[in-house]
Design a protein around this ligand. Structure first.
Ligand SMILES: C[S@@+](CC[C@H](N)C(=O)[O-])C[C@H]1O[C@@H](n2cnc3c(N)ncnc32)[C@H](O)[C@@H]1O
Length: 273
């Protein structure tokens, strides 16, 4: 395969564009990562330089190329019941939440949902802990900037190695009884129908939510964002959380701002005050 060089000017163009569009602050060291991960893409598109690819990227109004670029330079790693301490915490919070919901309606946002393990885990968790789960009106909004991971999330098919650590009872109640033609396990229709997947850029898309959320998950998404982008995004989450509602971040993410609106109540779990 022919390897195309990425010069400093080209890298600066990508850096500025990605920061404005996605909030990801690329350090100089990421130059070789971009070159390595995108050379194949240039070949596929039969483009001769990174400058040509830059123009291709910025002129793609569908956002598909941006989504491809972001997937190439960041990670979509996720898993069912990731960060077990947080699910343990949620177990103790659930009775309080349930008690406050007379109309049996829950709205939860999984922001940066990747291939769907997080929103489906939320449902598996609720199904396991609510004896009257089927009487509840539950909707999970699951959003991501990458159309590639969303396609996977909507298909809801997972390899056996991703599901083997799930407790048997949870597995049986959450997946279709038989394997897919490819030998994967598919989340059952009852759980799938409770998730609304949307392509959504947390940094640039308008925050036009009619209703507020009982819980927001934004875990392991802000790792690439700089302080300004993080500050703005957290400010937006605050606006869609009612008083007392929790915001879950990734365990390696902590907040240094917005202390007057958010209180640390668990492992990277903040409560709207
Ligand atoms: C590492 S995954 C985290 C998945 C899941 N939340 C978890 O903790 O297991 C990060 C996800 O954030 C998404 N992402 C990154 N920047 C984003 C942005 N500006 N808007 C929306 N999603 C973004 C990526 O596409 C990726 O799927």
């Amino acid at each position: 395969m022919h390897e195309t060089e990425l010069n400093h000017e080209e890298f600066s163009l990508f850096r500025q564009y990605i920061y404005e569009k996605v909030g990801i602050a690329l350090s100089e060291q990421k130059s070789s990562l971009i070159k390595g991960r995108l050379n194949k893409r240039l070949n596929q598109l039969e483009l001769k330089s990174f400058l040509e690819y830059y123009h291709y990227l910025i002129s793609d109004m569908s956002g598909d190329e941006l989504s491809f670029f972001v997937s190439a330079i960041s990670t979509n790693v996720t898993s069912f019941f990731r960060e077990s301490a947080q699910w343990k915490w949620l177990e103790s919070y659930l009775p309080l939440l349930i008690h406050s919901k007379q109309e049996k309606k829950l709205r939860i946002w999984s922001a940066g949902c990747s291939s769907g393990e997080e929103p489906y885990t939320i449902l598996m968790f609720l199904q396991h802990h609510l004896s009257d789960f089927h009487e509840w009106d539950i909707k999970i909004l699951a959003t991501d900037i990458s159309s590639k991971v969303l396609t996977k999330a909507i298909a809801a098919e997972y390899e056996s190695k991703s599901v083997e650590s799930l407790p048997k009872e949870i597995f049986v109640r959450s997946f279709e009884a038989s394997k897919t033609a490819q030998g994967n396990y598919r989340i059952n229709n009852s759980l799938r129908s409770k998730v609304i997947f949307r392509l959504y850029n947390l940094v640039t898309d308008p925050f036009i939510f009619k209703n507020r959320f009982d819980i927001v998950f934004c875990r392991n998404v802000m790792i690439y964002f700089d302080d300004t982008t993080r500050f703005e995004l957290i400010g937006r989450f605050i606006r869609v959380l009612p008083q007392g509602a929790p915001l879950f971040l990734g365990s390696s993410e902590s907040l240094t701002t917005h202390r007057e609106n958010l209180k640390l109540i668990g492992s990277s779990i903040y409560q709207r005050i």
